[in-house]
Ligand binder design. Sequence first.
Ligand code: UD1
Length: 346
Amino acid sequence: MAKEKILVTGGAGYIGSHTVVALVEAGYAPVIVDNFSNSEESVLDGIASILGQSAPCHRIDCNDAAALRDVFAQEQDIAGVIHFAAYKAVGESVEQPLKYYQNNVGSLVTLLQVMEEYKVYNLVFSSSCTVYGIPEQLPVTEQTPVQKANSPYGNTKKICEEILEDLSKTDSSIKSIALRYFNPIGAHPSAKIGELPLGVPSNLVPFITQTAAGIRQQLTIFGDDYDTADGTNVRDYVHVVDLAKAHVTAVARMLQGKVADIEFFNVGTGRGNTVLEAVQAFEKATGVKLNYKIGPRRAGDVPKIYADVTKATEVLGFETTSTLEEAMKSAWDWQLSLQKKAKQEA
Ligand code: UD1
């Protein structure tokens, strides 16, 4: 039987690339769509080196309806789509909200229109725990009320969920699963793919690994006066390889026709860790001492959030397979492999 073809927008990105690998390993045929605005061609080499085969890739922008139509026409029998392609820098979204609304909301609408035209009815959407805003109760379940997001980026995720929800109430045949990610970290165990921020990282773990590698001078921890065990923010750090597998089981569930209209799942570990605990886990896992200082709070940060993952565990068979330290170690191995490559190329 021919392998089922899954279109992966943003497939050259951080979570996308790990999902492409997981899809192939599970017997699917992923097709990447990426405009490489926040990625590099070398990611495709990494994927090919892990799999021993390259994944087909269309270099187009998902906002370009004509180009997207060409991809659907060329590929034909696409069984489902995983839509990762989006901008994700919270701070930048505050500075340039229109860029975020146009790209993140616009690309989803364009994609849905093209999916309808080509009768492709299964969509897995990259959402975020940011839709819960500052939650009143922890851990958050899928029933926790969705609130106004703290940033335009967060709001694009909320709006995209609402678009999918509105669509599910019509006679459209499109079904969707929105995966609400907590904080994805770590890298593939081969250290051939991982997080590849262009420029100064805004996320914690790449900032930690770059500081440890001497690329950044010092990590600033954004505030230690929150109402948490040590005063720093609490997050739920989920290994990207575990997160990638959640996409594969979500796709399988959709293709089995088990999704009636739209479903939401939290994907985290169920563990909350402070920023200081994350730093300590890095130091313990790698033996590298990190140069850090405590700075002021970062605007828009949620003090404390972590997931209840009962639903994903029961329905998707989601599992957390690594500890925070193991995830940190994999992020460090990836950083070291980047350094090695840079040295060889110099
Ligand atoms: C945010 C979004 C999340 C989004 C992600 C994408 C919210 C609530 N969460 O995650 O939905 O998917 O960005 O980029 O909007 N930190 C430092 N120093 C640093 C960097 C980070 O102390 O240099 C701290 C932050 O204050 C935070 C934690 O580390 O407490 C994690 O930060 P980060 O990796 O940026 O992710 P979030 O802001 O949690």
